[in-house]
Design a protein around this ligand. Structure first.
Ligand code: NDP
Length: 337
């Protein structure tokens, strides 16, 4: 990151820096040197890149970024050298590596050995990684679904959204998603089994669009975008409806934009609106892995991945999230397996 970024990120906001890396670990140091393989590209990083965030909470949660320094990210790699007795050369690992070709992980930084369980390594960045846990924990723990309930998911072709829709369908809900292109809408219906989907960019009035897709109202709204979509969803919620606020991507690029749902709707319809973080749901991690690996093996669920190759594609992969370029989990492969 060359400088702080306010508004939508551009490829030109980033540059690749080269440094010489020593492959030996100082005696007594518990550093682990990792060859990065797959790195996650996530919208929340933009909130760390701002000059001044109007949401200091968001920044304090994940830490603000300093121009010129490496950007830490969730990802998968292979150990090259380790001073830490828990890791050996050639171990596959998953944790907080960086948008780079190599990472030096200090003691205490999140890093775990990875058992790929027969799945491609990239799945451990997406469907079996944090995106999957976010969708699983958010849907089952926060939305508390009942079979037959009507579920609306925004950014439904994205990393988290497509999985929420798939879990909800497998659980027995009626699911409608919205996304930013006709191609994505067709994919949600034809490939992922959503009951219906629409292109929000073609709708002039989101409130009446949701009335059309949910004539009997929405029971659960899984919110990935915030602002007008959240307002329209709240207007269309049923009594005792639940809104899981996973993220508000449309507000990340526009600091003046804020959702203002009709609070009288919230009162009279006794709607629950709850924000959450994936990390809140570690208690269901084992269930999440068992259920999701079963669904993937039996072909009931699909892993939707959008993988670019090479470190040089990180800036466009990241900027593309805010243009809707990605379909499914955006990942960059920065090293050969
Ligand atoms: P995605 O893979 O969904 O990528 C972002 C997508 O959002 C784009 O493809 C685009 O699709 C859509 N989008 C971009 N800008 C806008 C906009 N202005 N209005 C509406 N849609 C937009 O990202 P993730 O699935 O990783 O993340 C989805 C949300 O979940 C984000 O808000 C993220 O911050 C949040 N999140 C929260 C976590 C938590 O722990 N609470 C963990 C992980 C993610 P389209 O073509 O449909 O516009």
């Amino acid at each position: 990151m060359k400088h702080h970024i306010d508004g939508s990120p551009l490829e030109s906001d980033f540059e690749i820096k080269m440094e010489t890396l020593s492959l030996s670990v100082e005696p007594g140091s518990k550093d682990v040197i990792v060859k990065n393989l797959y790195v996650s590209i996530d919208p929340y990083q933009l909130n760390r890149m701002k000059t001044y965030s109007s949401s200091q909470t968001a920044v304090s949660f994940s830490g603000s970024l300093t121009p010129g320094l490496a950007i830490d990210t969730y990802g998968v790699g292979r150990v090259l050298t380790s001073g830490n007795p828990n890791f050996e050369k050639d171990d596959l690992v998953v944790g907080l590596i960086s948008w780079g070709e190599y990472s030096i992980l200090k003691e205490g930084v999140i890093l775990n050995k990875l058992d790929p369980m027969g799945f491609p390594l990239s799945h451990h960045v997406g469907v079996l990684g944090f995106s999957g846990l976010t969708a699983y924990g958010g849907f089952f723990n926060v939305c508390k679904p009942k079979k037959g309930e009507k579920v609306f998911v925004s950014a439904a072709s994205g990393s988290v959204g497509n999985l929420v829709g798939q879990y909800a369908k497998l659980f027995g809900c009626y699911v409608v998603g919205c996304a930013g292109s006709r191609k994505k809408v067709d994919m949600l219906k034809d490939k992922l089994g959503f009951d219906d989907a629409f292109n929000y960019r073609e709708e002039t009035d989101l409130n009446s669009a949701l009335k059309r897709y949910f004539p009997d109202g929405i029971d659960i709204y899984f919110d990935n975008v915030g602002a007008e979509m959240l307002e329209a969803a709240v207007s269309n919620m049923n009594t005792f409806g639940r809104v899981a606020v996973c993220g508000v991507i449309s507000e990340y690029t526009d600091s003046g934009k804020r959702a203002a749902p009709h609070m009288l709707d919230v009162v009279y319809k006794r709607i629950t609106i709850q924000g959450f973080l994936a990390a809140d749901h570690m208690a269901v991690y084992a269930d999440f892995i068992t259920t999701t690996t079963d669904h993937l093996r039996t072909g009931k669920m699909q892993a939707l991945e959008d993988v670019s190759i090479g470190l040089e594609s990180v800036p466009s992969a990241f900027a593309g999230l805010f243009r809707g370029d990605n379909v499914g989990k955006k990942i960059v492969q920065v090293g050969e397996e």
